[in-house]
Write a protein that binds this ligand. Structure first.
Ligand code: MN
Length: 189
């Protein structure tokens, strides 16, 4: 898993984004969901695997409603340290504002002696099932690669469990005082 694509897209003289970073050797795997106001407002869904963050852009944001199938476009791996990144990208690729919308840990749904290995296998098969322990995202989810899709289209789907909620909109679960919302309010006038 290489960060060369990540690095080639960015000029670190002007971007405050992390250049690298390694996973600690903790037994848990991290996830982060960042809300990103670039040319369009979207969410970036990132799962730690093999010391980097596997990443998907989710235009509509994650949902806790199992009826929603959220399009998730797989993008380049991001460095592990990106999980703590929030701030302004003044220019260049992804220019705009990034804020952390949710974070926590995730693992396999089934008990496993080697969750990371099992998760990688499911990733390569295009059918990744996992349990999230975040502040907002909890319980079972699936990321399923669309068949015959050459363009990295996946669907992010909440499984029906005790954490499922009908009519979920991630925007309703973002504080009005968030940096992006303040910026949007100011620039509406
Ligand atoms: Mn983004």
């Amino acid at each position: 898993m290489s960060l060369s694509k990540y690095k080639s897209k960015r000029d670190f003289k002007s971007s405050p984004e992390p250049t690298g970073g390694k996973s600690n050797n903790e037994k848990t795997l991290s996830f982060v969901v960042q809300r990103h106001k670039a040319s369009h407002l979207h969410y970036d869904f990132r799962l730690e695997m093999k010391g980097v963050l596997k990443s998907w852009a989710v235009p509509k944001g994650p949902s806790l409603d199992p009826a929603d199938k959220r399009l998730a476009m797989m993008v380049e791996d991001h460095p592990y340290d990106y999980k703590d990144f929030a701030g302004v990208i003044p220019s260049g690729y992804g220019a705009g504002i990034v804020e952390i919308w949710d974070k926590g840990t995730y693992t396999t749904i089934e008990k496993s002696d080697n969750p990371e290995k099992d998760l990688l296998k499911m990733l390569h098969e295009g059918n990744l099932k996992f349990t999230m322990k975040g502040r907002k995202l909890k319980g079972e989810f699936a990321l399923v690669k669309l068949k015959n899709s050459d363009d990295n289209s996946w669907l992010l789907i909440k499984h029906r469990d005790k954490y499922a909620k009908e009519n979920y909109n991630s925007e309703d679960h973002t504080p009005k005082s968030s940096p992006i919302n303040k910026w949007l309010a100011k620039n509406k006038k």
